[in-house]
Design a protein. Sequence first.
Length: 227
Amino acid sequence: MRTRMRRGAAAAAVSALCFTAAACGGSSDGDKAREAPAPTPLTAAQMKAATLELGDLPTGWKVSKPEPTNDNPKADKPECQAIAGTFADKIAGATVGGDQEFEAGDKSLAQQVFTYPNSDGPTDFVKAISTALDTCKGFSFEMEGMKASVKTEKITAPKAGEEALAFRVKMVFPEMAEVKFEINVMVARQGAGATRVAHVPADASGHKDFDALAKLAGDKFTKAAQS
C-alpha cells in the first residue's frame, strides 16, 4: 500500500458466499458428499469491478496520483511484520489488480484488490495479521528514509467478504516530532481474493468516517469477488 506524507498530516496509500464442502445429506443408499468448486483466482475484470471509483465516494473526494513507493517495510519485531507488511505495495504470492487512491484536503483513502491462486493465500494473509494484532502492540520500521515508531489497536470492521478485520495504526517519527498520524486499515477476503483499505483522516475527529468508507469498499469487493 503506497504511503505518502505531507508536513503536519499524512496520507496512506495506504459474506454470503462460502466455499466449503457441502454434504448432500446422509441417505440410506450411501450417497457421497459433494464439494463446492474450489475458489479460482479473481479475473482482471473482477478486480477492477471490486475497486472503488470516484463516483462511489461522497462529494469532495478526488483521485490522487500515486507517490513513490515504500516497497517492503521491515518491522524490528518479527511478530509485527504482518502489520508492517500492510504498508507494502506488493504481497508475496499475490497478483495485484485494482489499485486506487483518493484525497479530500488532508484526508486520504486507498484501496488495493489482489488475488491468489486459491483461497489458502488470502486466508493465511488475514490470519497472519490477526495473530500479529494479538501479539504485537508496538514496533518500529523505516519509512521514506526515517524511522517510524508505531502502536496498533484493533477496531471494529464492517462486514465484508468471508472474513474482515480492521485496526488503527498510530505512527510517530522521532526525528520530526511534529510528524505524527493515525491510519485506519481494513483487510477482507473472499474466495481467492483479498482487499486492503487504508484511511487517513485529517484529524482524530475524522475516524468516524472510516466505517462508512470501509463498508463501501467491502461491499463492492464482496459483490465483484462473488460474481
